[in-house]
Design a protein around this ligand. Structure first.
Ligand SMILES: NC(=O)c1ccc[n+]([C@@H]2O[C@H](COP(=O)([O-])OP(=O)(O)OC[C@H]3O[C@@H](n4cnc5c(N)ncnc54)[C@H](O)[C@@H]3O)[C@@H](O)[C@H]2O)c1
Length: 401
């Protein structure tokens, strides 16, 4: 089948499933009013956020709270920001931005998110993992909910426009009834990296993980407080649709070992493996699944990647995440990745560990014990300066990670 015919079929499929009526994934038109943005924690990841915010037409960087005095000065010069502060509390005394991006190490996110919500920002975003203890994640979600503050989830693949579109198609029934789901490579770092899998799975399934039964190891990794080296095999019972099989190991997708999420129906397989989801439909002459052109809609904000030398081609989902966050604040549209999504991902990861520790007993979500915690690896929890991996001044000045 030639490309045009594939695209035509994929587009007619989308139209027949009612997708033509869905809001455009290209985002709403930006308003003339500029949102004032504060960055809290302006290390490696924070600088990428700052690059995007200064490139968007409807946002401007007005303040930076950065703990490290030398880096604070350097990023202030790099981004042309004069309102520089040591931490979130010092910042909020003088500047309450419209939007706050909290990209400190995970340990400090709770304090900053809640302080921003209480100070009256319109939206606050964080990154992964948002916390270690469930009660802390709850407190962040609740502080934002109570005050009507939009709570965004940061730089996760779930925000990639093509992943959103694949999720919309699956949920609209464009590929028929899902018959099965699988997560591959849920190992090594299940609260840090594993957030990505759980967030994509929940989107594709249009459902929550309701019950977890897990087998995990090696034993020394299971006994640790953090998720370093923890490999999890599991069965997820979903609130809707089929169960999801979870494999700790990566799979040989084609020639490379990768992790990802598969959802399949009678005729179609949707496969996310850290890029735009592949879609397979029908079979080829040898009886194998046939890869089709998914015909995803273009994402107009991708142009930001070409405009900003400090961004990588793979930063499209960072741009999309931020765009969806800004649009959600302005129009109330749905977030492509939210703080609530990050909380759910943490909870699933913790439930896996609990099940494995209790002799593989099924564990229902939401977990009753909100004091349960799972720590990420020290770099994520405490940051580069505290774990002998500081960002050099040259990198902080030039935007190279
Ligand atoms: N989503 C992703 O793909 C991704 C990638 C990398 C990092 N992250 C997450 O981003 C977070 C930060 O990682 P990073 O690589 O930027 O680390 P980093 O160490 O390079 O930067 C963290 C910065 O925060 C500053 N800081 C620490 N405590 C602070 C506080 N209380 N107030 C203000 N500033 C403070 C530090 O001085 C440092 O400059 C981590 O949670 C990490 O897990 C996510």
């Amino acid at each position: 089948m030639n490309i045009n015919r594939r695209r035509f079929l994929s587009q007619s499929l989308a139209a027949s499933a009612g997708l033509a009526g869905l809001p455009s994934l290209a985002g709403v038109r930006p308003s003339k009013e500029k949102y004032r943005v504060g960055i809290i924690g302006c290390g490696r990841m924070g600088q990428y956020f700052a690059e995007v915010y200064r490139a968007l037409p409807d946002t401007e960087l007005v303040a930076i709270a950065e703990w490290n005095p030398e880096r604070r000065k350097i990023v202030g010069e790099r981004f042309g920001v004069k309102a520089l502060f040591k931490d979130v509390n010092a910042m909020l005394k003088e500047v309450v931005p419209d939007l706050a991006a909290v990209i400190t190490p995970s340990k400090y996110m709770k304090e900053a998110v809640i302080a921003c919500a209480e100070a009256g920002v319109k939206g606050v975003s964080t990154d992964k993992p948002m916390a270690a203890r469930l009660a802390d994640a709850d407190a962040m979600v609740e502080a934002c909910r109570k005050r009507g503050v939009v709570f965004g989830g940061g730089n996760l693949q779930r925000a990639m426009p093509e992943i959103q579109e694949a999720g919309q198609r699956l949920n609209a029934g464009a590929y028929g009834q899902p018959l099965g789901m699988a997560v591959h490579g849920f190992g090594g770092e299940i609260s840090g990296g594993g957030c990505q899998h759980i967030s994509v799975l929940r989107l594709f399934a249009g459902a929550e993980v309701e019950e977890v039964m897990a087998w995990a190891g090696p034993p020394e990794a299971l006994r640790q407080k953090d998720d370093k080296g923890l490999n999890v095999n599991a069965l997820f019972r979903m609130s809707r649709g089929p169960d999801c099989q979870v494999f700790g190991l990566t799979q040989p997708y084609g020639t490379r070992q990768l992790s990802g999420v598969d959802v399949w129906s009678e005729d179609t397989l949707v496969r996310w493996k850290w890029a735009k989801p592949e879609i397979y439909q029908g079979t080829d002459g040898s009886g194998s699944r046939r890869l089709i052109d998914p015909g995803y809609r273009p994402f107009s904000w991708r142009r930001i990647l070409d405009q900003v030398p400090g961004l990588r081609k793979g930063d499209d989902y960072l741009v999309a995440s931020i765009r969806s966050f800004v649009d959600a604040v302005r129009t109330g549209s749905e977030l492509w990745i939210s703080g609530q999504d990050l909380r759910q991902a943490l909870e699933v990861a913790i439930a896996c560990k609990v099940s494995a520790l209790r002799g593989n007993r099924p564990v229902k979500l939401p977990l009753k014990d909100r004091a349960l915690a799972l720590y990420p690896r020290p770099y994520r929890w405490l940051g580069g300066d505290a774990t002998e991996n500081p960002q050099s001044t040259d990198d902080a000045a030039g935007g190279i990670l």
